[in-house]
Design a protein around this ligand. Structure first.
Ligand SMILES: [Mn+2]
Length: 374
């Protein structure tokens, strides 16, 4: 049996401007998550730690963070740490990947295909790394093939797995599921896509490649549990994959309607009620939505202040005022004609999707008319 921990897309030292004053605290979270992954590697006594790129940013990555990684990787020795650079951390002469001296258990993949042999485990780990932030071809075009005489074959690769037609010119190493299957790997540890995803082998009908997703949320889109993958490969090549949550904090996106609130006090009370069960350590993104009294515009700075006990909370106002649409339309002014046109378009919409878009436009129009441009 062979086992591994698969990590990707940690994006240490990424320029996350939206975090403003909690940026360094988040960087501390990211490093803590890396330490937690290290503990999994040690506690589960895995054979490999596979890191599929976008680990430490090429632009803005700090020497101290590189030193942190060096010490962290040294602490799992002799477990091999196999790293394939991605588009955010390409294999460049002036990157810390090349300028720092790394412990002997760290194996770097480069723009020349690499194959590290571990005879005592009867395993080869193959990999390739980005030379530049963009790479328009499939790196698998130049894969030299499997080595003979080994039972297990693993690959580490930062790449964009193609899903449909028209994506062939993707700038981040586009590869197809068929190309991956043709390599004959038991498992391909992928990086790049921040959403967890597994790919089934077209013949064997079992997972053989996967994106673990970000282990700690980078953007507001990365909600809920964030994980690394633990994998076990038995002697017949059967693969077991398990997601293990590791994130320090979760992103929580909330849509909250004003529900008739027309004073700040009523609104704060409503939000207190809605957010009562929200853990304070989360990154909370609240969108205020629904109709509101035309005379009342929520004061966002007041909300930010009143809910500052959250680690991070951001409010966005997408409410629309209860302006009298029919009255405006009957008066026939420019605003009335705008609303009449939108109502007509909505009535004529054939597809539900089209209707949704027109409704969004109508809300936007009402918000502008009500003087709130969000
Ligand atoms: Mn990437």
């Amino acid at each position: 049996m062979l086992s591994f921990i698969h990590t990707a897309d940690v994006h240490l030292d990424a320029p996350l401007q939206a975090l403003s004053d909690v940026y360094e605290l988040r960087q501390d979270d990211f490093r803590r998550t890396m330490r937690q992954i290290r503990d999994l590697v040690v506690d589960r006594q895995v054979d490999f730690w596979l890191v599929a790129g976008d680990l430490l940013e090429y632009h803005g990555g700090r020497r101290s963070t590189a030193l942190f990684l060096r010490d962290l990787f040294a602490s799992v020795a002799p477990v091999p740490v196999c790293i394939a650079p991605g588009n955010h951390d390409p294999w460049r002469a002036d990157s810390f990947y090349q300028s720092l001296s790394w412990p002997g258990n760290v194996y770097w993949f480069t723009p020349e295909w690499g194959a590290f042999e571990f005879p005592e485990k009867s395993c080869v780990v193959y990999g390739w790394g980005f030379p530049e932030p963009h790479f328009y071809e499939s790196p698998l075009n130049t894969f030299p093939g499997k080595l003979d005489g080994y039972r297990h074959h693993l690959m580490v690769l930062h790449a964009h797995v193609l899903h449909g037609a028209g994506e062939e010119h993707h700038p981040y190493a586009p590869v197809s599921v068929q190309e991956m299957a043709d390599t004959g790997m038991d498992y391909i540890a992928l990086g790049h896509i921040h959403k967890p995803m597994q790919f089934s082998h077209p013949v064997k009908r079992q997972p053989f490649a996967a994106y673990p997703g970000t282990p700690e949320a980078i953007t507001v889109k990365e909600e809920g549990d964030r994980c690394v993958l633990y994998g076990e490969l038995d002697h017949t090549g059967k693969l077991l994959l398990q997601s293990i949550p590791v994130a320090q904090r979760r992103v929580s996106k909330r849509e909250i309607t004003l529900d008739g609130a027309e004073t700040m006090e009523q609104l704060v009370e409503r939000l207190q009620c809605e957010l009562a069960n929200e853990p304070v350590e989360n990154l909370v993104y609240v969108t205020l939505t629904g109709e509101r009294a035309a005379h009342f515009t929520p004061a966002i700075p007041v909300l930010q202040q009143r809910f500052r006990h959250f680690f991070l909370i951001q409010f966005r106002d997408q409410t629309w005022p209860d302006v009298d649409e029919e009255k405006l339309i009957s008066e026939g002014g420019v605003l009335g004609r705008w609303l009449a046109k939108l109502a007509e378009t909505e009535a004529q919409a054939v597809a539900e999707e089209e209707r949704q878009i027109v409704r969004m436009a109508r809300r936007e129009a009402l918000a502008r008319i009500g003087g709130n441009t969000g």
